[in-house]
Design a protein around this ligand. Structure first.
Ligand code: PRX
Length: 657
């Protein structure tokens, strides 16, 4: 409940949204998931997960679904054995689907590759044989520092096939970041490429690896994919070309079955402080939830759908919803190497048209960028094949949601707003497209089998119409199994806040609306406190974006002598917005949408917002600007010059009325 005295850490519920969009009768009639799924999961949760695990092919059946005797260390499908790569590749070939396209790969310069499941089986087998030759075996760690190339998928699956752990490091990270991650995991092999195409240019990549491995004692081999043909430095004792090593290997490789709890990968995610956390995921439970959610949330029909997730393979979305979920389900999918505006701003829609993409999954930040570029761009392409749209990574503002539905989804495609984290491994909260009457901006309900709560500071569930902290109150199959090399940090970071209740604390604020649907309100570290009201950044940003002249907005609380904090907003105007909107109009608009309490003290017009490479707004840096401090560490920004532009604008006073 809202406590103006600031005693409670819950959030005020300010923004109301009453539009709902039920699925059409035709969609519902054909949907993979029906309303019964919720009932069967509620009746017997573990029995339900046991059903879902049967989507996979197991070498040995489990004898216990869940062992939760030593929380927070869970074991799922205890005693079961499987090979993850066999599940993603070979079994589809064995089932007679070897000629089905697994990957439609589209390079940034316009080259393309079509890889069937039979091709994938050959490539993954050869890569596994190559890694074996380099001495990689079960339990070893392999660092993968590659852009969006098919070889990244082959390498990940080859590791899985051998029982080795991959640690994919996003190709946009620096050599320093790469070195820290290699050292933390003590990887013995690094897989990279000569260079990558970004915005029409060949950018070197191997040079970063050379710099990184100068300080990584564990690395014995560097395998290099040739992509751009750029000249590279070469250390013959350590470096091997992918095509020389892999092409001469046998196309046969017999996968071994591993324990359900055998580690599958490490993926580093930045913490609020200190060194990045190596989030550890294991095999059977992870793959079960990846396959189940990919099938039910996106309504995948493997025989007819063409799926496209635009995330980079270096993020968890790329792991679960490009590699493991879709391939376990035998999907055909597009993988695109480049940026959305190379060579033009319609590139994504051109690709949708070319391949007849039916399911499209992207981030709110990308949708708002498309809004900024203008709706006339997608209007030039045939997008009529699209039948489900997804979003992930941040709260999506209702207006961006409506724009997505109207201009990309033809006014009919259901939108699934999927909430999850690197740590949760797979989708946790999301509408089901054939069941849920969707609401713009709400992730709505946990998927069947998952249990969550919005609670107050004491761990008590808040009521409908109230805000609080999002917790996961029961273990789930794809949950992280710890932080690599630091299980105490795992316990402290996620399980200490509600230790008594045994809840996992996600770090996000959320609220229930009057129907009990969940709305995500951003990271709790970003909550603003204005005259004792706890206001979510998400709600004020959504109110701003609901004005026709605003494409994107970020708000922060800046200290204020009278109100504790005052709201400072940074807005990007919309490409197709007509005329000039005064700052006073926007302030009034927020006041009208939310209430006078949420009226920004100051509004700045900017051309870009500071974002991490995965598209999250770095409000910490905006707070520095708003409070006239020197701007802090910008090393994780996608474009570090953005902060200079914003600070320069702030000093000259532009945009503030
Ligand atoms: O704050 C939530 C936000 O992204 C965080 C997890 O980030 P990461 O581990 O990088 O994984 C992103 C891709 C799964 C969450 O704690 N977040 C993710 N999805 C949503 C979201 N916030 C609101 N709505 C979402 N759908």
């Amino acid at each position: 409940m809202s406590q103006p005295d600031g005693q409670s850490n819950t959030l005020d519920n300010l923004l109301e949204e009453n539009r709902t969009f039920p699925p059409t009768a035709e969609f519902a009639a054909e949907a993979n998931a029906t309303a019964e799924l919720y009932d069967s999961a509620a009746e017997d949760r573990l029995g339900f997960w046991s059903q879902q695990a049967r989507r996979l092919t197991w070498r040995t059946e489990w004898n216990q679904v869940l062992d939760w005797s030593n929380p927070p260390f869970a074991k799922w499908f205890v005693g079961g054995e499987l090979n993850v790569a066999h599940n993603c590749v070979d079994r589809h070939v064995e089932a007679g689907n070897g000629d089905r396209v697994a990957i439609y790969w589209e390079g940034e310069p316009g080259d393309s590759r079509r890889i069937t499941y039979s091709d994938l089986q050959r490539e993954v087998s050869k890569t596994a044989n190559a890694l074996s030759e380099l001495g990689v075996g079960s339990g070893d760690r392999v660092a993968i520092y590659l852009p969006m190339l098919p070889e990244a998928v082959f390498a990940m699956l080859a590791c899985a096939r051998l029982g080795a752990l991959h640690s994919v490091v996003f190709g946009g990270f620096s050599s320093e970041a790469l070195r820290n991650r290699i050292n933390d995991a003590e990887a013995t092999v690094v897989i990279t490429c000569d260079g990558q195409f970004r915005r029409g240019q060949a950018m070197p990549l191997k040079a970063n690896v050379d710099e990184a491995v100068a300080g990584t004692p564990s690395v014995e081999h560097v395998v290099v994919v040739r992509r751009t043909g750029t000249e590279v430095a070469w250390n013959p004792d350590r470096d091997t070309w992918w095509h020389e090593l892999v092409d001469r290997q046998s196309e046969q490789h017999t996968p071994e079955a591993f324990d359900s709890e055998h580690p599958l990968f490490i993926l580093y995610t930045s913490g609020t402080t200190g060194k990045p956390k190596g989030i550890l995921h294991t095999s059977g439970g992870y793959l079960t939830q990846a396959a189940y959610t990919h099938s039910t949330v996106f309504d995948l029909k493997p025989e007819s759908d063409v799926y496209w997730c635009t995330a980079d393979i270096g993020w968890v979305t790329g792991h679960t919803y490009i590699v493991y979920g879709p391939l376990a389900n035998g999907a055909s999918q597009v993988i695109y190497e480049g940026t959305p505006n190379t060579p033009h701003q319609g590139r994504h829609w051109e690709i949708v048209q070319k391949y007849g993409v039916t399911l499209y999954y992207t981030a709110p930040t990308t949708i708002r960028t498309f809004m900024k570029w203008g709706s006339e761009i997608p209007a030039r392409y045939d997008l009529s094949t699209l039948r489900v749209l997804g979003t992930v990574g941040e709260p999506i503002n209702p207006e961006a949601w409506m724009w997505y539905r109207e201009h990309i989804g033809g006014g009919t495609a259901p939108i699934v707003d999927t909430w999850w984290q690197t740590e949760t491994g797979a989708i946790m909260i999301s509408p089901l497209p054939g069941v849920t009457a969707t609401k713009p901006g709400s992730a709505q309900r946990p998927v069947p089998g998952v249990s969550v709560g919005v609670v107050d500071e004491n761990g008590n569930r808040v009521g409908n119409g109230e805000g609080g902290l999002l917790v996961l109150d029961k273990p789930w199959p794809s949950m992280l199994r710890g932080i690599w090399g630091d299980q105490q940090r795992f316990v402290d970071t996620y399980w200490s806040r509600f230790a008594e209740q045994g809840y996992y604390f996600a770090g996000d604020g959320a609220k229930y609306d009057n129907d009990g649907d969940i709305w995500l309100l951003g990271r709790v570290d970003d909550v603003m406190n204005v005259s004792g009201h706890r206001i979510s950044t998400t709600e004020v940003e959504s109110a701003l974006v609901s004005h026709p002249s605003v494409a994107e907005a970020a708000v922060v609380g800046a200290s204020d002598p009278t109100t504790g904090q005052g709201i400072v907003a940074f807005v990007i105007p919309r490409g197709d917005s007509a005329g000039e909107t005064t700052m006073a109009t926007l302030r009034e608009h927020v006041s009208h949408e939310i209430g006078p309490i949420a009226k920004p003290r100051q509004i700045m017009v900017v051309s870009e917002l500071p974002k991490t490479r995965s598209g999250k707004i770095m409000r910490r840096l905006l707070r520095d600007v708003a409070e006239n401090r020197e701007v802090g560490d910008v090393s994780t920004l996608a474009d570090s010059s953005v902060m200079e532009q914003i600070t320069a604008g702030m000093k000259s006073g532009s945009g503030d009325d």
